[in-house]
Design a protein around this ligand. Structure first.
Ligand code: URA
Ligand code: CA
Length: 436
């Protein structure tokens, strides 16, 4: 085989065989096929697309490029959840104990990642004492014992995706649906999930800005799942404003605890219950979606989900008392209110911009080496559709910075993420569609 022939074939709209795709990915990871040829191939895919079969083959080739987690020692159907992007996404912290309480085994290896706030693993580290490093045996044993473990990714998962994603980033080939879909699904498959629930965000703060593109991405991922025998369901949800009010690591842990206590923000609670219901249904633990939803709603209100979270924290050496006393989480030194500059209705909230603001306060990493300040971030006090008067707080900054000028700049940045209208504005829809 010659790489140039495969690029040529794809460029002209041909379909590559499973063998050809596997050969390209293997050569790329081993370094026998150079970046410039893979760049050209990715650009050809960008323009010509891929068939469902090619996309599934690429996904499996990338999943097989490194370690693959074997969850078969854990009895039951392992269902994983994944959100595509989004800002201040607290759902995993809520959904994981909720479905574990329902009997779905949660065996999650999570990355730290770059971005606005930390990944799930960083957020969990806001709990004093919490350990994210576990051997594979300990990890599997904990899931068998209590039904849930969330640990840092170890080993070498999907090196082909890592390399290809880095290359796409600098060759203008990130926003190709088959490439995004295979990238995301390869990681889920390598992590060992039998079935997958995807929360595909759409809107300003999301990877996919339009509903049409988001649905197309969801369909591509569901098709991969079907093709490779890992049933997948995707829920399309709104990112035209942040889902919950908190953006920041300890703040999001607190938000998760509030939600598990039944006192969380309404929209976040509703989406978590719906995602959890899809997981319980896929996990074979309910006959219908309505039953699954009823089941998880009861587990939330009975305190069973919160009790599961506490058990999980303690199993990973964290301070279980945070479940009842959130004041034990890291606290920022200062709280600064951000007042509204005018009267009106909130018409828009730019989630991505607020994510960057949280990162500027220290809640996220701009580079891999950055240290996260777990205590800081921001909390919104208004949602789209809310009425506001000039001087009323839009948000509160939680900060450890003492530089007043910098704080003023961050306040201005926060205000500029809000759009105002003199006319009444409808609250935004939370979910748009379910793709199965
Ligand atoms: N997230 C991923 O993991 N991969 C992509 O290609 C895009 C977003
Ligand atoms: Ca949040």
């Amino acid at each position: 085989m010659r790489t140039v022939d495969l690029i040529h074939k794809k460029r002209n709209g041909g379909e590559l065989s499973n063998e050809e795709i596997g050969w390209l990915i293997e050569g790329y990871v081993q370094g026998t096929i150079p970046d410039y040829q893979i760049s050209a191939w990715a650009m050809a895919i960008y323009f010509q697309g891929m068939s469902a079969r090619e996309t599934a083959d690429l996904t499996l080739a990338m999943a097989a490029s490194g370690d693959q987690v074997d969850l078969s020692p854990i009895p039951g159907i392992k269902v994983d959840k994944h959100s595509t992007g989004g800002v201040g996404d607290t759902t995993t912290l809520i959904v994981a104990p909720l479905v574990a309480a329902a009997g779905v085994p949660v065996a999650k290896m999570s990355g730290r990642g770059l971005g606005h706030t930390g990944g799930t693993v960083d957020k969990l580290e806001a709990i004093p004492g919490f350990q994210v490093e576990r051997s594979t045996d300990q990890f599997l044993q904990q899931v068998r014992d209590i039904g849930i473990a969330v640990v840092g990714q170890s080993g070498n998962l999907t090196p082909a995706d890592k390399k290809l994603y880095g290359l796409r980033d600098v060759t203008a080939t990130v926003d190709s649906i088959p490439l995004i879909a295979s990238s995301i699904m390869s990681k889920k498959i390598a992590s060992g999930a039998d079935r997958i629930v995807l929360d595909v965000k759409t809107g300003k703060g999301a990877f996919m800005k339009t509903l049409e593109d988001s649905v197309a991405l969801a369909q591509a991922m569901v098709a991969i799942g079907t093709e490779v025998g890992r049933e997948t369901v995707a829920v399309i949800t709104n990112m035209d404003e942040p889902l919950g009010p908190s953006i920041g690591n300890a703040l999001e842990v607190q938000e998760a605890l509030d939600t598990l206590r039944g006192e969380g923000p309404a929209e976040l609670t509703q989406l978590c219950l719906e995602l959890a219901a899809h997981m319980v249904l896929l996990g074979g633990l309910a006959a219908t979606y309505e039953r699954a939803l009823q089941q998880v709603t009861e587990l939330l209100h009975s305190g069973a989900a919160l009790a599961k979270f506490k058990q999980f924290i303690v199993a990973q050496e964290g301070d279980g008392a945070v479940a009842d006393e959130p004041g034990r989480l890291p606290q920022a030194a200062y709280r600064v209110a951000v007042p509204a500059p005018q009267d009106g209705y909130i018409a828009a909230i730019d989630a991505e911009s607020l994510g960057v603001t949280a990162m500027m306060l220290g809640a996220g990493r701009a580079t891999k080496e950055d240290q996260i300040d777990l205590a800081v971030g921001l909390k919104l006090t208004k949602r789209v559709g809310d009425r506001v008067r000039a001087g009323e707080p839009l948000a509160e900054l939680y900060t450890n910075r003492i530089d007043a000028e910098e704080t003023d700049r961050i306040k201005e940045r926060t205000v500029s993420a809000f759009g105002f209208s003199e006319q009444f504005v409808e609250p935004l829809k939370l979910m748009y569609a379910v793709v199965t």
